[in-house]
Design a protein. Structure first.
Lengths: 415, 415
């Protein structure tokens, strides 16, 4: 009996270790392909801004593709998170191409969106299909889906430890479980490794300011803590606007297919005439010389006082209308730009507060403060680690229990 | 009603924020004093090795002090962990001086022990007494005790984020809760800050090897993973020996007061004649020129093939006989020395595997893989982060459900 169960244990370990490696490799392949396409789409749009006028039609095409081919794909990240928690709804294979091309189309025609949703859904679909083919039981399937989330996140941003911690932290608010830990670590490391080998380059960010451990340190730590209340509120506002616009759309428009068309038209009006083209697409690099961007937000003058709000508005209008891509890169933009604005107000080095905002708004909107602290380390180095932790945990604590992933349960209430 | 509960919420926040800062400051004061004493005791012993012959008497004095003054103090870390989980046993104020001087005496006379247990008990006693004076309810008291654990750990090693994560992670195996997160972060940051301001210097460790992201990286990652099974087993062996020696002592010795005397005599025999003086005391720096040490283990020839085993033996004999100080620094020694030994075998850079072993054996014995990964970052920088995570999670996973803190519950079984 003892020997039999040890054999079973070894067999299970072998299955999980091999499958988590396979999930990592396959996710990396799809995500590298996705990132290459996305890069090309962004570059093409930036030299052909008139594509923006087709955004409503692009939205309508995405809507139709999900309507006729998608099954339950439109549940997106929430479906993957639910499955990773042990739910047994089927994840359709078609989710992968739909979200991949839906995101590229969104960006090509100037929608304001991210890419982590796409990556998590790619990793999740790969994991779900492998579980199906191998006829895994519910427990192993849920572990493999966590691996898929980690692999996707890791590959798309080049941050393997963040992907790993995110995959454990995102399922439930205020709690973390280690059941899937070693396997998700393997999937995340392998996905990042292969993505780099396939020639993907990730944007490098730099915080060059370093704060000596004296009275100034305490003063800056306090200011970062106060600014992070603002980051938390921005994260809350993001979730709130997403819900609000969804309600408004479905109230004023009689048919569901009109929503992406209407949302597209609003983005055209904002982007072409009212606000500017800075906030179309991903926003990592400037859309035109002198535009606000994430990279720019780390320097004085690289983003403007209200850039954070415009990006928040563009993105929530885009995503709630059914465009694809996810929220995280726009959250980085909102945080870095708000950090840039607040740095001047609080007299803190701009690159430091932009970096803290980058991760803290994301922590607030997704309820994953530890993964975001890790992201600070992986992107900016460990020198300012205490400020990253202050930013992420304060923002997390001040953002309430809502968040962009409605399938998260509350494990531990924040107050 | 709404307004009233918001007022209550603000009041609670104000109380918790102020008290966590006070816990941080007071813990730092006591721990800085403790570290200064410990440094002096270690230096004095290293120039007066004949003090070793008084170790049995020192053990007997520690035993008597706990017997007549200690109340339930001898439960040590386990008492603090239980209280942080919401238990309502009283933590006696006398625990603080007893463990502080008990540890200094242990080191002065050549016992092999650590210092984190002392620090956690100092932080925990401070937090418990403040809770009592302020008549906090059970929920706030448990949050404040978690702050005490974080502050103690943070100050004693100069690693605030590790202290913070450790305080959340140590309570339950395989789970982590964020209830106390913002307060423990504050207590840990403040404790570290004040300890540094009080002139405490922490030993600096360096991993200079850096591994490029190519085929070599994969090969080293695999080797680190395999070596970490060894780190996990060493962590397991440590907990096993502690329990084993306790059983043996109480079986062969008719009276409890004989145990520290007997344990002391064994250490004299091993240290004076059989093995050597390398493994007496803390072991961070060499006890004499050419001795094995933690700092030495990062270089070829700075520790010997079986150094890890001797340190494990010395420490488990010392601690299970009732000497004070805690386990973590010896676990660092065991891990770094085992890493040094295995690095030659596996052809991995010595400093890298010594660093991974340093944190991984600790992760295995305390079931806190994330805190240990964070320690890798805080002590050695983020460049080798993936290897730190592999080491800590593999070792954690391979160490079984036992651990040095018997008051941990199993939240999520490892298999």
């Amino acid at each position: 009996m003892q020997i039999f169960s040890f054999k079973k244990f070894l067999k299970e370990q072998f299955i999980l270790l091999s499958l988590s490696a396979i999930v990592g490799i396959l996710s990396a392949l799809f995500i590298a392909f996705f990132l290459k396409l996305l890069e090309a789409a962004t570059a093409y749009r930036n030299s052909h801004f008139q594509l923006l006028f087709l955004l409503p039609i692009a939205g309508w095409v995405i809507y139709l593709s999900y309507q006729y081919l998608g099954k339950n794909s439109s549940k997106g990240n929430n479906l993957i998170i639910k499955e990773a928690k042990g739910n047994q709804e089927s994840v359709p294979a078609v989710m992968l191409p739909l979200v991949l091309f839906g995101t590229v189309i969104t960006h090509l025609f100037g929608g304001s969106a991210g890419r982590e949703g796409t990556a998590v859904q790619i990793g999740g679909t790969v994991a779900a299909k492998i579980s199906e083919w191998c006829k895994l039981n519910q427990q192993l399937r849920s572990i493999l889906l966590i691996c898929g989330i980690g692999a996707g996140f890791s590959a798309v941003f080049g941050t393997p430890l963040t992907g790993f911690v995110f995959s454990l932290e995102v399922l439930v608010i205020g709690k973390m479980e280690y059941k899937a830990a070693p396997y998700s670590l393997i999937a995340s490391l392998i996905a990042n490794y292969f993505c780099l080998q396939l020639g993907i380059h990730h944007t490098k960010y730099f915080i060059t300011s370093s704060i000596p451990m004296n009275g100034e340190w305490i003063s800056i730590a306090l200011k970062v803590g106060i600014a992070s209340i603002g980051f938390g509120l921005a994260g809350y506002l993001f979730s709130y606007f997403i819900e609000l616009f969804k309600k408004i759309y479905s109230k004023i428009l009689p048919k569901a297919w009109m929503i992406p068309i209407f949302g597209g038209i609003i983005i055209i009006i904002l982007g072409q005439w009212l606000v500017g083209k800075d906030y179309l697409g991903l926003g990592v690099d400037p859309n035109y010389p002198g535009a606000a961007s994430i990279v720019g937000a780390f320097h004085a003058g690289g983003s403007f006082t209200w850039s954070w709000f415009w990006k928040l508005l563009f993105t929530t209008i885009t995503l709630s209308a059914g465009f694809k891509g996810g929220e995280v890169t726009p959250l980085f933009f909102i945080g870095a730009a708000l950090g840039n604005t607040l740095a001047t107000l609080f007299n803190i080095p701009i690159d430091l507060l932009a970096g803290v905002g980058f991760i803290a708004v994301f922590a607030a909107a997704t309820n994953t403060p530890l993964a975001c602290t890790m992201m600070g380390i992986e992107l900016f180095g460990a020198a300012n680690l205490p400020f990253f932790a202050i930013g992420c945990f304060v923002a997390y604590y001040c953002s309430g229990h809502s968040g962009i992933y409605t399938s998260q349960n509350i494990g531990i209430a924040k107050n």
